[in-house]
Design a protein around this ligand. Structure first.
Ligand code: NDP
Ligand code: PYC
Length: 337
């Protein structure tokens, strides 16, 4: 028996919708979550693919998300669109803010989407790609739970705090990167724990502050940022920009709110969009960017997201690969399992 199933997007969508609807989410929320997790699985992002359905269900069962939330636009001003997520899951809140953010960026050259009070479990690149598809340059930041020690420290104070950026390219997949500012994403640490694999070195310390590759010991101690003091500063910037600046929780407040439930983090998100056509001559900026990408690729280096785009093409041909054990675990959460 093979360990991998290859499924059509429709089959996965139907499973995800059944599970999420059964656990009390309406069609709109379940649909937005389903789109994000299936995109992750399709692109071989195992830590943010359909595995996240388990997280969503745990969060719902723990009472840490408002399943009746109706994300809505509120009191935006100047270059800012605000969406109040009302403690619901983030993907629908992003979808509700996407058009207003696009209009703002096209009108003024720059726009900020501030999402407040959302439960966040997803990768950021689907949001970035939604903007690059519209010809916009995009940057997204969000805190998480305070699992990560600052460089030089050993007590968690920062989240895994991802930063994602996208640049649209005509006739090609966009340039996109999206990474945790921790040396390993929490989702990947979880996958190591589930499969009993040690972590790569440099990802965390145990409760006594000693370097450890044991996922459980690191969970009891602290994760580390990537790149020492540089990752630590970037992670701090995420707390400041997508927490303090937008008037929402830091990762430490998200973890306090969690109170041991092990639910998805709850906080805000900041997404910036820039229209190259308003900044200047977009043909010229495209040409400069292509010169840079060529200089990178011509020496054998790859651009970020190329692995994902290759997985996307594979999924189109062969179906979306899902570990059989994970599929069965999700299936067991469906009403007719
Ligand atoms: P990775 O380290 O797997 O990848 C980071 C980025 O670098 C990707 O864009 C990747 O592209 C690119 N990359 C990887 N290797 C190379 C290479 N050799 N050359 C060029 N580019 C490369 O990401 P993380 O594990 O740090 O994060 C995974 C996901 O977790 C992200 O999507 C992030 O948004 C999510 N996350 C979400 C959080 C939240 O609070 N919501 C918190 C933390 C993380 P490619 O994918 O093509 O390999
Ligand atoms: O992988 O670090 C992570 C993460 C946190 C919230 C969602 N993903």
């Amino acid at each position: 028996m093979t360990d991998m199933l290859h499924l059509s997007p429709e089959a996965l969508e139907s499973l995800s919708m059944r599970v999420l609807r059964h656990h009390g989410l309406d069609e709109a929320h379940a649909g937005a979550i389903t789109r994000v997790v299936i995109a992750g699985q399709r692109d071989d992002c195992q830590s943010h693919g359909v595995y996240r359905i388990l997280d969503c269900v745990r969060t719902i069962r723990a009472g840490k998300v408002n399943t009746a939330a109706q994300p809505r636009l509120v009191d935006g001003a100047g270059s800012i669109v605000r969406v109040e997520a009302d403690f619901g899951f983030a993907p629908l809140a992003f979808e509700r803010g996407l058009d207003p953010l696009t209009h703002l960026a096209r009108r003024q050259g720059i726009g900020a989407l501030v999402i407040r009070h959302c439960v966040h479990f997803s990768a950021l690149w689907p949001e970035i790609e939604a903007l690059t598809e519209r010809g916009l340059v995009a940057l997204a930041l969000t805190p998480s739970h305070a699992w990560v020690a600052p460089a030089g420290g050993r007590r968690p104070a920062l989240g895994t705090n991802p930063i994602a950026f996208g640049w649209p390219r005509s006739g090609r997949d966009p340039y996109v990167f999206d990474f945790a500012t921790s040396a390993i994403a929490r989702g990947d640490l979880e996958l190591h724990r589930r499969s009993g694999q040690p972590l790569p070195t440099g990802c965390g310390v145990d409760a006594e502050g000693r370097p450890s590759t044991d996922p459980l010991a690191v969970m009891a101690g602290a994760m580390l940022t990537f790149g020492g003091h540089k990752g630590s500063a970037l992670s701090t910037m995420v707390e400041l920009m997508a927490g303090a600046l937008i008037g929402d929780w830091l990762s430490s407040e998200s973890l306090d709110h969690d109170a041991g439930a092990k639910a998805s983090p709850c906080h805000g998100e900041l997404i910036l969009a820039f229209d190259p056509a308003v900044f200047g001559d977009s043909a010229e900026s495209q040409a400069r960017a292509e010169t840079l990408f060529e200089a990178i690729e011509s020496q054998g280096a790859r651009l970020p997201s190329q692995r994902r785009y290759a997985a996307r093409a594979r999924s189109r041909e062969q179906g979306i690969a899902v570990p059989r054990a994970l599929y069965q675990e999700i299936q067991a959460l469906a009403p007719d399992a």
